[in-house]
Design a binder for this molecule. Structure first.
Ligand SMILES: Cc1ncc(COP(=O)(O)O)c(C=O)c1O
Length: 435
Protein backbone atom coordinates (compact mmCIF):
# COMPACT_ATOMS: atom_id res chain seq x y z
CA UNK A 1 0.00 0.00 0.00
CA UNK A 2 1.85 3.12 1.19
CA UNK A 3 5.13 2.79 -0.57
CA UNK A 4 7.39 5.43 0.77
CA UNK A 5 6.85 8.04 3.42
CA UNK A 6 9.12 11.03 3.90
CA UNK A 7 7.99 13.71 6.40
CA UNK A 8 4.46 14.85 5.79
CA UNK A 9 4.02 13.91 2.14
CA UNK A 10 3.37 10.55 0.56
CA UNK A 11 6.24 9.45 -1.67
CA UNK A 12 5.75 6.82 -4.34
CA UNK A 13 8.88 5.24 -5.81
CA UNK A 14 10.88 8.27 -4.71
CA UNK A 15 8.41 10.74 -6.23
CA UNK A 16 6.60 13.28 -4.08
CA UNK A 17 2.92 12.58 -4.71
CA UNK A 18 1.95 16.23 -4.14
CA UNK A 19 4.43 17.37 -6.79
CA UNK A 20 3.00 14.74 -9.15
CA UNK A 21 -0.53 16.02 -8.47
CA UNK A 22 0.63 19.59 -9.22
CA UNK A 23 2.58 18.64 -12.31
CA UNK A 24 0.03 16.34 -13.97
CA UNK A 25 -3.26 17.41 -12.32
CA UNK A 26 -5.82 15.25 -10.55
CA UNK A 27 -7.40 12.77 -10.70
CA UNK A 28 -4.20 10.97 -11.60
CA UNK A 29 -3.36 7.30 -11.94
CA UNK A 30 0.18 6.53 -10.78
CA UNK A 31 1.75 3.22 -11.67
CA UNK A 32 4.91 1.82 -10.13
CA UNK A 33 7.01 -0.04 -12.68
CA UNK A 34 9.08 -1.66 -9.94
CA UNK A 35 6.02 -3.20 -8.30
CA UNK A 36 4.86 -4.73 -11.57
CA UNK A 37 8.34 -6.08 -12.21
CA UNK A 38 8.58 -7.53 -8.70
CA UNK A 39 5.33 -9.42 -9.21
CA UNK A 40 6.48 -10.79 -12.57
CA UNK A 41 9.77 -11.92 -11.02
CA UNK A 42 7.85 -13.63 -8.23
CA UNK A 43 5.73 -15.49 -10.81
CA UNK A 44 8.88 -16.68 -12.53
CA UNK A 45 10.50 -17.76 -9.24
CA UNK A 46 7.45 -19.55 -7.90
CA UNK A 47 6.01 -20.92 -11.13
CA UNK A 48 7.50 -20.69 -14.59
CA UNK A 49 11.18 -21.11 -13.69
CA UNK A 50 10.41 -23.57 -10.93
CA UNK A 51 8.17 -26.06 -12.73
CA UNK A 52 9.01 -27.54 -16.11
CA UNK A 53 6.77 -27.03 -19.11
CA UNK A 54 4.76 -24.12 -17.70
CA UNK A 55 4.02 -20.61 -18.84
CA UNK A 56 2.56 -17.46 -17.34
CA UNK A 57 0.42 -14.88 -19.10
CA UNK A 58 -0.63 -11.47 -17.83
CA UNK A 59 -4.42 -10.96 -18.12
CA UNK A 60 -4.26 -7.60 -19.79
CA UNK A 61 -7.89 -6.66 -19.09
CA UNK A 62 -6.67 -5.63 -15.62
CA UNK A 63 -4.64 -2.76 -17.10
CA UNK A 64 -3.44 -2.40 -20.66
CA UNK A 65 -1.45 0.23 -22.43
CA UNK A 66 1.41 -0.11 -24.89
CA UNK A 67 3.84 0.71 -22.07
CA UNK A 68 2.40 -2.14 -20.01
CA UNK A 69 2.87 -4.51 -22.96
CA UNK A 70 6.53 -3.53 -23.04
CA UNK A 71 7.00 -4.05 -19.29
CA UNK A 72 5.40 -7.50 -19.51
CA UNK A 73 7.36 -8.43 -22.62
CA UNK A 74 10.63 -7.43 -20.94
CA UNK A 75 9.77 -9.71 -18.03
CA UNK A 76 9.19 -12.60 -20.46
CA UNK A 77 5.56 -13.20 -19.59
CA UNK A 78 2.89 -13.76 -22.21
CA UNK A 79 -0.24 -11.67 -22.68
CA UNK A 80 -3.89 -12.66 -22.51
CA UNK A 81 -6.18 -10.41 -24.53
CA UNK A 82 -9.94 -10.47 -24.69
CA UNK A 83 -11.00 -8.17 -27.51
CA UNK A 84 -9.90 -6.81 -30.84
CA UNK A 85 -8.95 -3.58 -29.05
CA UNK A 86 -6.67 -5.31 -26.56
CA UNK A 87 -5.13 -7.34 -29.37
CA UNK A 88 -4.62 -4.19 -31.44
CA UNK A 89 -2.85 -2.53 -28.48
CA UNK A 90 -0.55 -5.54 -28.14
CA UNK A 91 0.15 -5.57 -31.88
CA UNK A 92 0.92 -1.84 -31.90
CA UNK A 93 3.34 -2.41 -29.01
CA UNK A 94 4.93 -5.19 -31.11
CA UNK A 95 4.26 -7.74 -28.42
CA UNK A 96 5.38 -11.15 -29.77
CA UNK A 97 2.23 -12.78 -31.14
CA UNK A 98 3.69 -16.19 -30.35
CA UNK A 99 3.06 -15.32 -26.70
CA UNK A 100 -0.51 -13.99 -26.90
CA UNK A 101 -3.71 -15.84 -25.92
CA UNK A 102 -7.07 -14.64 -27.17
CA UNK A 103 -10.13 -14.96 -24.89
CA UNK A 104 -13.73 -13.81 -25.03
CA UNK A 105 -17.22 -15.28 -24.94
CA UNK A 106 -18.41 -13.68 -28.18
CA UNK A 107 -15.45 -12.94 -30.41
CA UNK A 108 -16.48 -11.45 -33.72
CA UNK A 109 -15.45 -12.60 -37.18
CA UNK A 110 -13.25 -9.50 -37.48
CA UNK A 111 -11.60 -10.06 -34.11
CA UNK A 112 -10.91 -13.71 -34.87
CA UNK A 113 -9.56 -12.79 -38.31
CA UNK A 114 -7.17 -10.26 -36.75
CA UNK A 115 -5.95 -12.93 -34.32
CA UNK A 116 -5.56 -15.64 -36.93
CA UNK A 117 -3.90 -13.37 -39.51
CA UNK A 118 -1.36 -12.42 -36.87
CA UNK A 119 -0.66 -16.02 -35.85
CA UNK A 120 -1.40 -15.47 -32.21
CA UNK A 121 -0.35 -18.37 -30.06
CA UNK A 122 -3.69 -19.78 -28.84
CA UNK A 123 -7.35 -18.92 -29.19
CA UNK A 124 -9.29 -19.94 -26.11
CA UNK A 125 -12.52 -21.11 -27.69
CA UNK A 126 -15.62 -20.34 -25.69
CA UNK A 127 -18.31 -22.16 -27.68
CA UNK A 128 -19.08 -24.22 -30.78
CA UNK A 129 -20.32 -21.23 -32.75
CA UNK A 130 -16.90 -19.63 -32.31
CA UNK A 131 -15.19 -22.89 -33.25
CA UNK A 132 -17.01 -22.87 -36.58
CA UNK A 133 -15.97 -19.27 -37.24
CA UNK A 134 -12.34 -20.16 -36.50
CA UNK A 135 -12.54 -23.13 -38.83
CA UNK A 136 -13.94 -20.93 -41.61
CA UNK A 137 -11.39 -18.12 -41.18
CA UNK A 138 -8.44 -20.48 -40.77
CA UNK A 139 -9.40 -22.36 -43.89
CA UNK A 140 -9.76 -19.10 -45.90
CA UNK A 141 -6.36 -17.94 -44.67
CA UNK A 142 -4.75 -21.39 -45.07
CA UNK A 143 -3.77 -21.47 -41.42
CA UNK A 144 -3.78 -24.09 -38.73
CA UNK A 145 -5.00 -22.39 -35.55
CA UNK A 146 -4.03 -23.63 -32.11
CA UNK A 147 -6.91 -23.66 -29.68
CA UNK A 148 -7.89 -24.58 -26.12
CA UNK A 149 -11.52 -25.03 -25.09
CA UNK A 150 -12.70 -22.93 -22.17
CA UNK A 151 -14.65 -25.13 -19.76
CA UNK A 152 -16.93 -24.18 -16.90
CA UNK A 153 -16.21 -26.98 -14.49
CA UNK A 154 -19.24 -26.28 -12.30
CA UNK A 155 -17.48 -25.06 -9.16
CA UNK A 156 -18.49 -22.02 -7.16
CA UNK A 157 -15.93 -19.67 -5.65
CA UNK A 158 -16.20 -17.45 -2.62
CA UNK A 159 -16.21 -14.04 -4.26
CA UNK A 160 -18.70 -11.53 -5.61
CA UNK A 161 -21.15 -13.20 -8.02
CA UNK A 162 -20.17 -10.82 -10.82
CA UNK A 163 -16.63 -12.19 -10.75
CA UNK A 164 -17.44 -15.85 -10.07
CA UNK A 165 -17.04 -17.57 -13.44
CA UNK A 166 -16.56 -21.29 -12.81
CA UNK A 167 -20.24 -22.05 -12.12
CA UNK A 168 -22.22 -24.09 -14.62
CA UNK A 169 -24.68 -21.19 -14.86
CA UNK A 170 -22.13 -18.88 -16.46
CA UNK A 171 -22.06 -16.93 -19.69
CA UNK A 172 -18.50 -18.14 -20.23
CA UNK A 173 -17.23 -21.40 -21.64
CA UNK A 174 -18.59 -24.84 -22.40
CA UNK A 175 -20.37 -26.50 -19.46
CA UNK A 176 -18.45 -29.56 -18.42
CA UNK A 177 -20.87 -32.19 -19.71
CA UNK A 178 -19.28 -35.09 -21.50
CA UNK A 179 -21.61 -35.16 -24.52
CA UNK A 180 -21.27 -31.44 -25.23
CA UNK A 181 -17.52 -31.50 -24.90
CA UNK A 182 -17.08 -34.69 -26.85
CA UNK A 183 -18.99 -33.11 -29.72
CA UNK A 184 -16.78 -30.00 -29.60
CA UNK A 185 -13.60 -32.05 -29.40
CA UNK A 186 -14.65 -34.17 -32.37
CA UNK A 187 -15.43 -31.09 -34.49
CA UNK A 188 -11.98 -29.72 -33.65
CA UNK A 189 -10.20 -33.00 -34.35
CA UNK A 190 -11.99 -33.43 -37.67
CA UNK A 191 -10.79 -30.03 -38.88
CA UNK A 192 -7.63 -29.65 -40.95
CA UNK A 193 -7.34 -26.04 -39.84
CA UNK A 194 -7.61 -26.46 -36.10
CA UNK A 195 -5.13 -27.89 -33.68
CA UNK A 196 -6.77 -28.67 -30.33
CA UNK A 197 -4.11 -28.43 -27.64
CA UNK A 198 -6.21 -28.78 -24.50
CA UNK A 199 -8.44 -26.99 -22.02
CA UNK A 200 -8.79 -23.82 -20.03
CA UNK A 201 -10.79 -22.73 -17.02
CA UNK A 202 -10.96 -19.45 -15.13
CA UNK A 203 -12.87 -19.74 -11.89
CA UNK A 204 -13.30 -16.11 -10.92
CA UNK A 205 -11.46 -13.15 -9.57
CA UNK A 206 -10.38 -12.06 -6.08
CA UNK A 207 -10.11 -15.66 -4.84
CA UNK A 208 -8.45 -16.29 -1.50
CA UNK A 209 -8.94 -20.03 -1.30
CA UNK A 210 -7.25 -22.73 -3.39
CA UNK A 211 -10.05 -25.25 -2.88
CA UNK A 212 -11.98 -24.29 -6.00
CA UNK A 213 -8.84 -24.62 -8.14
CA UNK A 214 -8.23 -28.10 -6.76
CA UNK A 215 -11.83 -29.18 -7.31
CA UNK A 216 -11.77 -27.84 -10.85
CA UNK A 217 -8.51 -29.64 -11.62
CA UNK A 218 -9.95 -32.95 -10.40
CA UNK A 219 -13.08 -32.45 -12.48
CA UNK A 220 -11.15 -31.50 -15.62
CA UNK A 221 -8.81 -34.46 -15.19
CA UNK A 222 -11.80 -36.82 -15.18
CA UNK A 223 -12.58 -35.38 -18.60
CA UNK A 224 -8.97 -35.62 -19.77
CA UNK A 225 -8.88 -39.27 -18.71
CA UNK A 226 -12.22 -39.95 -20.40
CA UNK A 227 -11.03 -38.40 -23.68
CA UNK A 228 -7.83 -40.42 -23.55
CA UNK A 229 -9.69 -43.70 -22.99
CA UNK A 230 -12.63 -43.01 -25.30
CA UNK A 231 -11.07 -41.38 -28.35
CA UNK A 232 -7.34 -41.52 -27.54
CA UNK A 233 -7.11 -37.75 -27.34
CA UNK A 234 -4.05 -36.50 -25.46
CA UNK A 235 -4.46 -33.19 -23.64
CA UNK A 236 -1.20 -31.34 -24.16
CA UNK A 237 -2.08 -28.14 -22.33
CA UNK A 238 -4.11 -27.04 -19.32
CA UNK A 239 -4.62 -23.35 -18.57
CA UNK A 240 -5.86 -22.79 -15.02
CA UNK A 241 -6.77 -19.09 -15.41
CA UNK A 242 -6.07 -16.27 -12.99
CA UNK A 243 -7.99 -14.98 -10.02
CA UNK A 244 -5.46 -14.81 -7.16
CA UNK A 245 -6.85 -12.38 -4.61
CA UNK A 246 -5.13 -9.22 -3.40
CA UNK A 247 -5.70 -7.21 -0.22
CA UNK A 248 -7.27 -3.83 -0.79
CA UNK A 249 -7.54 -2.93 2.86
CA UNK A 250 -5.15 -3.22 5.77
CA UNK A 251 -7.24 -5.88 7.50
CA UNK A 252 -7.31 -8.24 4.50
CA UNK A 253 -4.54 -10.83 4.42
CA UNK A 254 -3.25 -11.78 1.02
CA UNK A 255 -2.29 -15.43 0.46
CA UNK A 256 1.22 -15.85 -0.93
CA UNK A 257 1.42 -16.89 -4.56
CA UNK A 258 3.02 -20.20 -3.51
CA UNK A 259 -0.20 -21.12 -1.72
CA UNK A 260 -2.03 -21.25 -5.06
CA UNK A 261 0.73 -22.41 -7.37
CA UNK A 262 2.13 -25.26 -5.32
CA UNK A 263 -1.25 -26.78 -4.65
CA UNK A 264 -2.28 -26.40 -8.31
CA UNK A 265 0.89 -28.10 -9.53
CA UNK A 266 0.72 -30.85 -6.92
CA UNK A 267 -2.86 -31.60 -7.88
CA UNK A 268 -2.00 -31.74 -11.59
CA UNK A 269 0.88 -34.17 -10.90
CA UNK A 270 -1.29 -36.28 -8.60
CA UNK A 271 -4.01 -36.65 -11.24
CA UNK A 272 -1.51 -37.48 -13.98
CA UNK A 273 0.07 -40.06 -11.76
CA UNK A 274 -3.21 -41.68 -10.75
CA UNK A 275 -4.61 -41.76 -14.27
CA UNK A 276 -1.25 -42.57 -15.92
CA UNK A 277 -1.43 -39.54 -18.18
CA UNK A 278 1.35 -37.39 -19.58
CA UNK A 279 1.72 -34.12 -17.69
CA UNK A 280 0.23 -31.33 -19.78
CA UNK A 281 1.85 -27.93 -20.09
CA UNK A 282 0.30 -25.85 -17.30
CA UNK A 283 -0.41 -22.13 -17.73
CA UNK A 284 -1.68 -19.40 -15.44
CA UNK A 285 -3.03 -15.97 -16.33
CA UNK A 286 -3.26 -13.61 -13.36
CA UNK A 287 -4.17 -9.97 -13.96
CA UNK A 288 -5.08 -8.27 -10.70
CA UNK A 289 -2.29 -10.00 -8.77
CA UNK A 290 0.33 -8.47 -11.07
CA UNK A 291 -0.85 -4.90 -11.29
CA UNK A 292 -3.28 -3.99 -8.48
CA UNK A 293 -0.72 -2.89 -5.89
CA UNK A 294 1.33 -1.03 -8.48
CA UNK A 295 -1.40 1.60 -8.80
CA UNK A 296 -2.29 4.62 -6.66
CA UNK A 297 -4.88 7.22 -7.64
CA UNK A 298 -4.58 10.83 -6.50
CA UNK A 299 -7.64 13.05 -6.13
CA UNK A 300 -8.18 16.60 -4.93
CA UNK A 301 -10.75 17.02 -2.19
CA UNK A 302 -13.30 19.75 -2.85
CA UNK A 303 -16.61 20.12 -1.06
CA UNK A 304 -16.75 18.82 2.50
CA UNK A 305 -20.31 18.27 3.68
CA UNK A 306 -21.04 17.58 7.33
CA UNK A 307 -24.46 16.13 8.13
CA UNK A 308 -24.72 16.52 11.84
CA UNK A 309 -25.04 13.23 13.68
CA UNK A 310 -24.91 11.24 10.43
CA UNK A 311 -21.67 11.55 8.48
CA UNK A 312 -19.22 13.83 6.73
CA UNK A 313 -18.82 13.52 2.98
CA UNK A 314 -15.58 14.60 1.33
CA UNK A 315 -16.14 15.00 -2.40
CA UNK A 316 -13.30 14.28 -4.81
CA UNK A 317 -12.69 15.32 -8.40
CA UNK A 318 -13.12 11.74 -9.69
CA UNK A 319 -15.14 8.72 -8.63
CA UNK A 320 -16.99 5.92 -10.38
CA UNK A 321 -15.73 7.12 -13.75
CA UNK A 322 -12.09 6.36 -12.91
CA UNK A 323 -12.84 3.56 -10.40
CA UNK A 324 -16.20 1.88 -10.96
CA UNK A 325 -15.48 -1.14 -8.74
CA UNK A 326 -16.99 0.17 -5.48
CA UNK A 327 -20.28 1.08 -7.15
CA UNK A 328 -20.25 -1.99 -9.41
CA UNK A 329 -19.73 -4.66 -6.79
CA UNK A 330 -19.05 -3.04 -3.46
CA UNK A 331 -15.24 -3.21 -3.70
CA UNK A 332 -13.45 -1.67 -0.72
CA UNK A 333 -10.38 0.53 -0.96
CA UNK A 334 -8.00 2.18 1.48
CA UNK A 335 -6.66 5.70 1.20
CA UNK A 336 -4.76 8.44 3.00
CA UNK A 337 -4.42 12.19 2.81
CA UNK A 338 -1.19 12.43 0.84
CA UNK A 339 -0.21 15.90 2.11
CA UNK A 340 -0.95 15.04 5.78
CA UNK A 341 0.56 11.60 6.00
CA UNK A 342 2.17 12.39 9.38
CA UNK A 343 -1.02 13.65 11.04
CA UNK A 344 -3.13 11.70 13.45
CA UNK A 345 -6.32 10.27 11.92
CA UNK A 346 -8.94 11.52 14.34
CA UNK A 347 -11.91 11.85 11.99
CA UNK A 348 -14.00 9.66 9.72
CA UNK A 349 -15.18 10.75 6.30
CA UNK A 350 -16.99 9.11 3.42
CA UNK A 351 -15.33 9.78 0.10
CA UNK A 352 -17.91 10.66 -2.52
CA UNK A 353 -17.33 10.84 -6.26
CA UNK A 354 -18.55 13.65 -8.48
CA UNK A 355 -20.96 11.64 -10.63
CA UNK A 356 -24.72 12.06 -10.55
CA UNK A 357 -25.34 8.77 -8.78
CA UNK A 358 -25.89 8.43 -5.04
CA UNK A 359 -24.00 5.15 -5.32
CA UNK A 360 -20.87 6.96 -6.44
CA UNK A 361 -19.12 6.45 -3.11
CA UNK A 362 -15.47 5.48 -3.28
CA UNK A 363 -14.70 4.74 0.38
CA UNK A 364 -17.01 4.67 3.38
CA UNK A 365 -15.83 5.80 6.83
CA UNK A 366 -12.19 6.43 6.04
CA UNK A 367 -10.04 7.51 8.99
CA UNK A 368 -8.40 10.85 8.19
CA UNK A 369 -6.78 13.80 9.95
CA UNK A 370 -8.60 17.17 9.82
CA UNK A 371 -9.17 17.76 6.12
CA UNK A 372 -9.74 20.93 4.12
CA UNK A 373 -10.60 21.53 0.46
CA UNK A 374 -7.47 21.21 -1.66
CA UNK A 375 -6.08 18.25 0.27
CA UNK A 376 -4.88 15.38 -1.89
CA UNK A 377 -6.38 11.94 -1.31
CA UNK A 378 -4.28 8.92 -2.33
CA UNK A 379 -6.23 5.71 -2.91
CA UNK A 380 -4.03 2.63 -2.91
CA UNK A 381 -3.98 -0.57 -4.99
CA UNK A 382 -5.91 0.93 -7.88
CA UNK A 383 -3.72 -0.60 -10.60
CA UNK A 384 -6.20 -3.29 -11.67
CA UNK A 385 -9.62 -2.79 -13.25
CA UNK A 386 -9.63 0.99 -12.66
CA UNK A 387 -8.09 2.60 -15.74
CA UNK A 388 -9.30 -0.34 -17.86
CA UNK A 389 -12.90 0.05 -16.62
CA UNK A 390 -12.96 3.85 -16.69
CA UNK A 391 -15.84 5.63 -18.44
CA UNK A 392 -16.75 9.13 -19.51
CA UNK A 393 -20.05 9.19 -17.62
CA UNK A 394 -21.24 12.77 -17.08
CA UNK A 395 -18.64 13.63 -19.74
CA UNK A 396 -15.89 13.46 -17.15
CA UNK A 397 -12.49 13.15 -18.76
CA UNK A 398 -10.29 10.12 -18.13
CA UNK A 399 -7.25 10.89 -15.95
CA UNK A 400 -3.67 10.58 -17.15
CA UNK A 401 -1.52 7.59 -16.23
CA UNK A 402 1.98 8.33 -14.97
CA UNK A 403 4.63 5.65 -14.65
CA UNK A 404 7.04 6.13 -11.74
CA UNK A 405 10.41 4.51 -11.21
CA UNK A 406 13.51 5.49 -9.20
CA UNK A 407 12.30 9.03 -8.47
CA UNK A 408 11.37 9.71 -12.11
CA UNK A 409 7.89 10.09 -13.54
CA UNK A 410 6.71 9.79 -17.11
CA UNK A 411 3.27 10.07 -18.73
CA UNK A 412 2.18 6.83 -20.40
CA UNK A 413 -1.40 7.91 -21.09
CA UNK A 414 -2.34 11.55 -21.51
CA UNK A 415 -5.26 13.07 -19.64
CA UNK A 416 -8.22 13.31 -22.00
CA UNK A 417 -9.29 16.76 -23.14
CA UNK A 418 -12.79 18.06 -23.76
CA UNK A 419 -11.99 17.78 -27.49
CA UNK A 420 -11.30 14.07 -26.93
CA UNK A 421 -14.79 13.73 -25.49
CA UNK A 422 -16.35 15.02 -28.68
CA UNK A 423 -14.02 13.16 -31.06
CA UNK A 424 -16.16 11.15 -33.41
CA UNK A 425 -19.37 13.07 -32.71
CA UNK A 426 -21.22 14.46 -35.73
CA UNK A 427 -24.08 16.94 -35.97
CA UNK A 428 -26.96 15.76 -38.15
CA UNK A 429 -27.46 17.73 -41.39
CA UNK A 430 -30.43 19.59 -39.88
CA UNK A 431 -28.21 21.28 -37.25
CA UNK A 432 -24.97 21.64 -39.15
CA UNK A 433 -25.29 25.33 -39.87
CA UNK A 434 -26.37 26.36 -36.40
CA UNK A 435 -23.94 28.53 -34.48
C1 LIG B 1 -10.24 -15.73 -18.71
C2 LIG B 1 -9.65 -14.87 -17.66
N1 LIG B 1 -8.37 -15.08 -17.29
C3 LIG B 1 -7.77 -14.32 -16.35
C4 LIG B 1 -8.45 -13.30 -15.73
C5 LIG B 1 -7.74 -12.48 -14.71
O1 LIG B 1 -8.33 -12.52 -13.47
P1 LIG B 1 -7.59 -11.80 -12.25
O2 LIG B 1 -7.35 -10.40 -12.65
O3 LIG B 1 -8.52 -11.94 -11.12
O4 LIG B 1 -6.33 -12.54 -12.04
C6 LIG B 1 -9.79 -13.05 -16.06
C7 LIG B 1 -10.55 -11.99 -15.40
O5 LIG B 1 -11.68 -11.74 -15.60
C8 LIG B 1 -10.41 -13.87 -17.05
O6 LIG B 1 -11.66 -13.66 -17.44
Amino acid sequence: MKTDNKQKYLYIEGCNSISLAKKYGTPLYILSQRKIEERCIKIKDVFSNKFENTSAFYASKAFLTMAMCKIIEKQGLGLDVVSGGELYTALKAEFPTSNILFHGNNKSYEELSLAIENNISRIIVDNIYELKLIEEISSELHKKTNILFRLTPGVTSITHKHIDTGRKDSKFGIPLEIDTILEAVKVALDSNNINLKGFHFHLGSQLFDNITYLKAIDIVFELIKFLKDDINFTTEELNTGGGYGVSYQKKEIEKPLEYFIESIMERVYKNCNEYKLIIPKVSIEPGRWIVAHAGTTLYTIGNIKEISGIRTYAAIDGGMTDNPRPSLYGAKYFGEIANKIDQEKKYKVTISGKCCESGDILIEDLDVPKITPGDILAVYSTGAYNFSMASNYNKNIRPAVVLVKDGESEIIVERQSYEDLLRGERLPKEFKNLK
